[in-house]
Design a protein around this ligand. Structure first.
Ligand code: KG4
Length: 337
């Protein structure tokens, strides 16, 4: 059974092919056009998806060694994400499925991130969590602790009440005058800096919810003070600033996650989303695994940021459950719908 998956929720155009739940290809075209603007420009993202989608799908099919007539279903990201970006992927999926006379499976992008741990690259790839497990989902748009009871049964234990972790990193990077996206730049600089050089404010929120806007403001104000004394403060201290910022964010994330593990008694803990590529966060997971006997699941780098492989595996589970969608399924930008 062959499934083609399409992901186009933000600024990555991605297509994957799976055979019986095993990944055969995962091709992603990342859009560099946004770098000059310091953030994703929705209109430019939709245009780039339009240009990329046919070659990306074509490449994914070729890499998988199949032709379109072999496909049994098409899975696609229905939301949440940027509406203009989603429309390109959803419309393509509809047209392709219609022309081939095969069913469509809609996938929630966040569910895809959480289930990325089930992507299998071969028959003997068996390093998947069992249910239930906890997943820290951290990306540019979300920061959540999810209790995963089954493929189609997830509870959000806590989530950010304002900015997401990745958003905070990107914004702090922007005020330092570093490039976009800030995550990989901060990660690289942090490796050479002192994580305890500077202190930034940490939120005091009840339960498992997160907040990152106070940290962002504290970072900005402190930086402005320091720059009054030394206009080249960033240049002189960028490694320490990056390391201290990263440490603060990782501490905030891990504190709530430790509490969730303690309260639920679930020691299988996964991390997912773009920020899960972060070295400091990955190290913190490994450290917690040793100290608290967690069984941890850290995705391969290619499955941390947006990718169609995670949409494909989620689509595969839904296909097996006979959970298809109609041709009139519309994309949704936000989760509430
Ligand atoms: O999941 P994702 O690709 O999509 C969005 O939700 O947009 O996550 C992107 C986010 C960005 O904020 C980016 O800066 C962050 O993930 N990111 C990182 C790293 N790589 C990407 N953050 C910290 N360290 C990294 N190595």
């Amino acid at each position: 059974m062959y499934i083609l998956a399409i992901e186009s929720s933000c600024d990555d155009t991605s297509a994957a092919v799976l055979r019986d739940g095993i990944l055969l290809s995962n091709v992603t075209a990342s859009q560099t056009v946004h770098e000059a603007w310091g953030g994703v420009v929705p209109e430019l993202a939709s245009r780039a998806h339009q240009q990329n989608i046919v070659p990306v799908v074509d490449h994914a099919l070729k890499k998988a060694g199949i032709s379109k007539s072999d496909l049994n279903a098409i899975a696609f990201t229905r939301g949440p994400g940027l509406m203009g970006s989603l429309i390109v992927g959803v419309s393509f999926a509809k047209g392709f499925a219609r022309s081939l006379g095969i069913p469509m499976v809609e996938v929630n992008h966040l569910q895809g991130h959480v289930l990325a741990h089930f992507i299998r690259e071969g028959e003997d790839d068996h390093d998947q969590p069992s249910f239930p497990y906890l997943c820290l989902l951290v990306s540019g748009g979300n920061s959540q602790i999810v209790k995963v009871n089954g493929y189609d049964n997830m509870e959000i234990l806590g989530q950010t009440i304002d900015d997401a972790a990745g958003e905070a990193i990107d914004k702090c990077s922007k005020v330092m005058g570093l490039g976009y996206p800030g995550g990989p730049i901060i990660d690289r600089l942090a490796r050479q800096g002192n994580p305890t050089a500077f202190e930034f404010s940490k939120p005091n929120i009840k339960g498992y919810d997160y907040s990152f806007s106070g940290l962002k403001t504290s970072f900005l104000y402190k930086l402005q003070d320091w720059q009054r004394e030394d206009p080249d403060f960033v240049e002189h201290h960028k490694e320490d600033l990056a390391a201290s910022l990263e440490k603060t964010i990782v501490d905030i994330l891990m504190k709530k996650l430790r509490q969730a593990v303690k309260d639920t008694g679930i020691r299988q803990v996964a991390v997912a989303g773009g920020v899960s590529a972060n070295t400091g966060l990955r190290n913190a997971f490994r450290d917690h695994a040793r100290r608290y006997h967690w069984k941890i699941f850290i995705p391969k780098f290619s499955y941390t940021t947006d990718n169609a492989a995670m949409i494909g595996i989620t689509g595969y589970f839904k296909y097996q459950a006979g959970d298809f969608c109609d041709i009139d399924a519309e994309p949704f930008a936000r989760m509430q719908q």
